[in-house]
Design a protein around this ligand. Sequence first.
Ligand code: ADE
Ligand code: ZN
Length: 339
Amino acid sequence: MSPDREFITGLPKAELHLHLEGTLEPELKLELARRNGVDIGQTSIDQIRDSYHFVDLTSFLAVYYPAMQVLVTEQDFHDLAIAYLRRAAADGIVHTEMFFDPQAHTDRGIPFATVIDGLWSAVQEAPALGVDASLIMCFLRDLSAESAMATLEASLPYKDRIIGVGLDSDERDNPPEKFTEVFARARQAGYRLTMHCDIDQPDSIDHIETVIHRIGVSRIDHGTNLVEDPALVEEVRDRGIGLTCCPMSNSFVTVGHTPTMKGEEIVQLLRAGVKVSLASDDPAYFGGYLVDNFVGLVERMDLSREEVIQLARNSLEISWLDAGRRTRLLDRLEDYVAR
Ligand code: ADE
Ligand code: ZN
């Protein structure tokens, strides 16, 4: 029998693929637009929701970036992150590693310090909400490598607030090797490494191979096309490289808007022993938070109780928590399962 929503909610788990800017719900978007006197072209929740027509990654990003203009002050960034952290706690998330896109803000004149100070004050409040939280800085791959390098340098004074770096935005014509030097420098600075390999991109397998062999990531965000290369599946499994898969997002950003969530592929990788975890990507845009993603996949793929537990276990195992904290959270998971 498949586990139900209540069991899944109570399961201690980590969320490792979550864009904070993608948690901007229409209600908060309107509130911040009013607070900052920003004209977003829409004045009601319905109008905002009606503008969400995504048929692929590019059309999603075309709605996603303009909405960020409502984020102006340190307080705005704090409020954005706190709203997500409350939601995460309600979903039984005990640890989250949250992406943010500094260039999407600094390029419109918001200082790096405003972004990081606002987000960091929320991170510090997270334990009181019952969640551990940390920040991953993503570079926008459709901007230049020089811009990414400058952002990396700007982040160094705040290095103790950022656990790692990632790569997001439009993958088409922006392969991982464009950022080889930036990621080498990030590694040297002590950051952990992950990169998006989005769904069904031209050259998906090449990109996955590059992030493993040339960039040396410890996780891949999405990366589901891995399933097409059995030898690479074995390598990813043997090296314990984690995948952060986002079922609801997959239904939106795959070309033609397929409702399959890439469920077959995700489950095939899980059953092959790859450390697959689930995440919500941009929940305010893709219709659901982490538990919704679990429930959606369970219903579509008829996952067993043990498989659902393994997804949660993987999320803690591939997290960038220190070993002691990770062990304590894994113990909590096993206690919950035993009860
Ligand atoms: N930025 C926010 N969500 C993203 C996604 N799913 N892929 C690439 N970049 C993103
Ligand atoms: Zn993503």
